[in-house]
Structure formats: structure tokens, C-alpha cells
Write a protein that binds this ligand. Structure first.
Ligand code: NAP
Length: 538
């Protein structure tokens, strides 16, 4: 078996699968290493009850660029697809395109070292094997390293414990059990209503309330799906040119230009439509104008107060410490209603901090909550966590985590100076998590394949982001970030969920369409900002 390839790709989720296909189109030999036992990435691991996509399923898939046949053959059953259906889709894609033969499953990368003398990457995996390649492409996802906070006594708990991001493959039955869920982000918000239906008693530990928006999921009418399929060419173009990778009708105006009555009508219509329409199709300045943001924040708080029967619980669930959309707003299905059930109690960690995890449950200054199971919905070390775990070493043995010690430094989020021939899918400082991921992933993978194709055509085998181009990108990225309200809120978008992580905006806020245009311009200028050369000794 060969241990030497043109390219090594890490990860077999949306990003890895599309990258593999694009590199095959260049006739390259490719090896994909995947930590999981199957394809799917985030959808392989996140099997918790209620796990569902927050992008509408008809847009959360590969476009015709991957395969017109797959686009035509696959039809979703729900407006927001559940985890099992998305995993089925990605398996369908892998089978149809015969992708598995290049993927080695159950294999984690433990080191990836650039060998300067030979201009190759040497990758070590947890089976002890060493594999080399000219190019290293990371498609490791943005939300793939779980965060389990170091609660005192964590190890002493004798009941069942789960992290939503590493859920067992067999369904977990909470029937008749006492359960604690810690965390109320997008994941907790999806899991809590489902667990509440089974558990005898559910204690929800909340640190920060979110502005949860109703998803209004429903079965998809086949007629609607057919219409979407007919309009795909136009819809994909619109999504690619948009701010968030979705073909929505984005408003240009400020909420402050509307009368209170108009605003109410616009908010209500988008709220009734469900999903992210309320953030994207109403007014355009929520991320940059606090006063405008106050109007929508209050609208959602009012909805929470109207839904939750107990006024004290409603007040705890209504966020006042940060503006709407400065943290990722979860989509909910029956979340607020769950707190009207007799078997569900909300514990506000600010008023009643978690002192420790005990053998029997969760202790606060008020009491010990005895439970049979704890579900940690405590999120992830996003954007950089997985990259840092891979032991990536660039020129002169420089560790990636040392280069990024004060925050990521990238060129377009796709490459970083000092790490030649290494490219990233949805890396920090690219639109990534501020977009509908498949649309962004396609653009990233195509740019990288275009760059490598260009190098091969021009006999270059060494491609590195220039330090000055990187410096200008970081400056541009930060300038856009500084103009928003995002840095003022504690969220994983700015690294605030992980103690000691540099506080900076990790995803690029300039929008999917503008980012695409910038990349196209870079490519049209012969990949301006990259040093492309022939370095390999004969
Ligand atoms: P998250 O949004 O980071 O939420 C983690 C939760 O745990 C927060 O409520 C957080 O409180 C709490 N927490 C963290 N550390 C804690 C501690 N030491 N003590 C008490 N509470 C603590 O993580 P997530 O819910 O897993 O979601 C992560 C991201 O995954 C989402 O933002 C979204 O982008 C993505 N996601 C996507 C989908 C989809 O549609 N495709 C579905 C689910 C999730 P604080 O808020 O105070 O930090």
C-alpha cells in the first residue's frame, strides 16, 4: 500500500468529500484521514436527540458543481433535516461518487510536519503510520472538538454522562430518569424539548439565555421540492452572491427607518415564516447598530414572555446581556414550551452557580440536584481547537498554535504564512460559520483546487501565503469585525467560551459574496499574495 500521495485531506465531512472530488478532477492521488467510523463529520458525531440542521435542507447540500445527478436524485423530507437524514445524504454522496476507496476511517492525525528539505508534508496517524504528500488540506470542521468544562468533581459522578458532540450511536433512553442538561446553546436548545418528553425530571442549567427563534420545521411538499429543483441554477447563484450563503431576499434598510407598527408587522411576518428569516430578511443593520438591534431583541423577548407561563422563568430565559445575533441564535422547536411542563426546571447559573459535580448529581449553593444522567451541551473549542490538536508544524518546525498564540493569522482564511502547501477549508478568518456551510465549503474547495491546478500547470510545487498579504487580510478582517457589535458579546464566535483563548472574531464577517469576489480577483491575478515556485530538488 502506498504511503505517498499528491495530497492528504483531513476530515470526511462536507468539506473533505468535496475536496477529495475536486482533487480527483486534477488526477491527483489523495488520501483522506477521518477520525470517525464513517463519513459525515459533524453529522457523524452529533447524534443527540433533536439534532437538526438550522439551514433549510434544500440549500444545505452540494450544488450541481459537485454532481448534477446527485442534486437531481436526492430529495429531503423535512424543511430542516434531522441528523439521521443528513448523514444518510452524505453516505449517499460518498457511495454515488465512489469516495470511500480513498478514505481511511477511524484514523486520527496526531502530527503533520512540513519537511522542508523534500517540500512534503509528513503526517502521522494514531495507528502509528506515517504518510507523506505534497499538499495538506484540512477539512476538519469548525465545531469538532468538544468542550467539557473542568467542573470540580467531574470524575466522581456515578450516573450516565454524555456530551452532545460525542453522542453514542445507539439511542439513549431517558424514560423515567432524572436528567441534568448543562448548556443552552443551539445544541442544548434542540435536545432539551426532546429529553423533557422522556425524563421524569429535567434540570436545565443555563449560564446565558439566547434569542431562540422558532424553526417551524415541517414535512416538505414534493411540489415545493420540484419547484426548488427547477430554480436551482438561479438559487445557487443568489446564495453564492449573498451575505450568508442563502438565497434570501435581504433587506437593505435599518429597523430605525420604519415606524413601530411597520417594524412589528415585518418582524411578525418573518417570525411566522420561521428559521433565520427574522435575522436576514427584515433589516440589515442588527450586527452594527445597537439601537436598531434593540428593536428586534425586544420583539423576541416579548415572544419569550408570552410563551413561558411562569413570569420568573420567562425573565431568566429572556436575554438582556447581549444584542440579538451577536451570538449564534439557536432555532427552536418547543424549547420555551418545555419550561411550561411540570417535569422541567430552569436553574440560572448566575444566581446559583455550579459548585461541583458530585457522585449523585450537580451541587449548587442552594442544593444538590440528584440525577441519573448529565448531558453536557457545553459546546466546542471551535475554529482552532481541532487544528491545534493535530500537531501541525510548518517551516522551521513552527507549531501552528505558537504562530496563532495571539489569534489566527491567515490569508483569506485559506492559508497561513510559514505553512507552505497547507490549505484550510472553512479556516478562521473565512466566512465559515457565518454562512450556510455547504455553499462556503464549495467555494473554499474550488479555490484550493484552482490554486493547486494552477501550480501544476506552471510547474510550481511550492505555494505559500506571503506575510504581507496575510498582514493585510488580518487587518481587513479586524477592521470589519471592529465595526460590528460582535466583539462586545461573550460567544464562541470570539473565543470567549474557552478560558485563555485569544479574544478575536474568528469567522470573517464581510459576507460570502464579497469574499468570493475577493478570492476570484486573487485567482485572476495569478494567485496574488501567494509565492508559487518550484522548490523540489531533482
Ligand atoms: P454553544 O453555543 O457554545 O453552547 C454551549 C452552552 O454551554 C452555552 O449555553 C454555554 O453558556 C454553556 N456553557 C459552556 N461552558 C459552561 C460552563 N463552564 N458552565 C456552564 N455553562 C457553560 O455550543 P453548542 O450548543 O454545542 O452549539 C455550538 C454551535 O454549533 C452553534 O452555535 C451552532 O453554530 C452549531 N450548531 C449548529 C446546528 C445546525 O443547525 N447545523 C445545530 C446545533 C449546533 P454561555 O452561553 O454562557 O457560554
Amino acid at each position: 500500500m502506498s504511503t505517498d500521495f499528491d495530497a492528504i485531506v483531513v476530515g470526511a465531512g462536507f468539506g473533505g468529500l468535496y475536496t477529495l472530488q475536486n482533487l480527483r478532477r486534477l488526477d491527483m492521488s489523495v488520501k483522506v484521514f477521518e477520525r470517525g467510523g464513517g463519513v459525515g463529520g459533524t453529522w457523524y458525531w452529533n447524534r443527540y436527540p433533536g439534532a437538526r440542521c438550522d439551514s433549510e435542507s434544500v440549500y444545505y447540500m452540494f450544488s450541481d458543481r459537485f454532481s448534477p445527478q446527485i442534486l437531481d436524485e436526492w430529495s429531503w423530507t423535512e424543511r430542516f433535516a434531522g441528523q439521521p437524514e443528513i448523514l444518510e445524504y452524505l453516505n449517499f454522496v460518498a457511495d454515488k461518487m465512489d469516495l470511500r476507496r480513498d478514505i481511511q476511517f477511524d484514523t486520527a492525525v496526531t502530527a503533520a510536519v512540513y519537511d522542508e528539505a523534500n517540500n512534503r508534508w509528513e503526517v502521522t496517524t494514531d495507528d502509528g503510520a506515517r504518510t507523506t504528500a505534497r499538499y495538506l488540506i484540512t477539512a476538519v470542521g469548525c465545531i469538532s472538538t468538544t468542550n467539557l468544562p473542568a467542573f470540580p468533581g467531574l470524575e466522581s459522578f456515578t450516573g450516565e454522562s454524555y456530551h452532545t458532540g460525542a453522542w453514542p450511536h445507539e439511542p439513549v433512553d431517558f424514560t423515567g430518569k432524572r436528567v441534568a442538561v448543562i448548556g443552552t446553546g443551539a445544541t442544548g436548545v434542540q435536545a432539551i424539548p426532546e429529553i423533557a418528553k422522556q425524563a421524569a425530571q429535567l434540570f436545565v442549567f443555563q449560564r446565558t439565555p439566547n434569542y431562540d427563534i422558532p424553526a417551524r420545521n415541517q414535512p416538505l411538499d414534493p411540489e415545493y421540492t420540484t419547484k426548488v429543483k427547477q430554480n436551482y441554477p438561479e438559487l445557487w447563484e443568489k446564495a453564492r452572491a449573498s451575505g450568508f450563503g442563502l438565497p434570501y431576499q435581504v433587506s437593505e434598510g435599518s429597523a430605525l427607518d420604519a415606524t413601530p407598527e411597520e417594524r412589528q408587522r415585518v418582524f411578525q411576518a418573518a417570525y411566522d415564516k420561521g428559521g433565520f428569516y427574522i435575522g436576514l430578511e427584515t433589516y440589515s443593520d442588527f450586527m452594527v447598530n445597537k439601537e436598531s438591534n434593540d428593536t428586534i431583541s425586544e420583539f423576541i423577548r416579548t415572544k419569550i414572555r408570552e410563551t413561558v407561563h411562569d413570569p420568573a422563568t420567562a425573565e431568566l430565559l429572556a436575554p438582556t446581556d447581549h444584542p440579538f445575533f451577536t451570538k449564534r441564535p439557536p432555532l427552536e422547536t418547543g424549547y420555551y414550551e418545555a419550561f411550561n411542563r411540570d417535569n422541567v426546571a430552569l436553574i440560572d447559573i448566575h444566581g446559583e452557580p455550579i459548585e461541583s459535580i458530585t457522585a449523585n448529581g450537580v451541587r449548587t449553593p442552594v442544593r444538590e440536584y440528584e440525577v441519573d444522567a448529565i448531558v453536557f451541551a457545553t459546546g466546542f473549542d471551535t475554529m482552532t481547537g481541532t487544528l491545534f490538536k493535530m500537531g501541525i508544524r510548518g517551516r522551521a518546525g513552527q507549531p501552528l498554535e505558537r504562530k496563532w498564540a495571539d489569534g489566527p493569522r491567515t490569508y483569506l482564511g485559506l492559508a497561513t504564512h510559514g505553512f507552505p502547501n497547507m490549505f484550510m477549508i472553512t479556516g478562521p478568518q473565512s466566512p465559515s460559520v457565518l454562512s450556510n456551510m455547504p455553499v462556503t465549503i464549495e467555494q473554499n474547495a474550488e479555490f484550493i483546487a484552482g490554486l493547486i491546478g494552477h501550480m501544476r500547470e506552471t510547474d510550481a510545487d511550492y505555494g505559500e501565503a506571503n506575510e504581507d498579504a496575510e498582514g493585510r487580510w488580518v487587518e481587513h478582517h479586524n477592521e470589519l469585525a471592529d465595526a460590528t457589535l460582535l466583539l462586545g458579546t461573550n460567544s464562541w464566535w470570539v473565543g470567549a467560551n474557552i478560558p485563555g483563548k485569544p479574544r478575536t472574531l474568528y469567522p470573517y464577517v464581510g459576507g460570502v459574496g464579497p469574499f468570493r469576489d475577493i478570492c476570484a480577483d486573487v485567482a485572476s491575478k495569478g494567485y496574488e499574495g501567494f509565492t508559487l515556485a518550484s522548490r523540489t530538488r531533482a
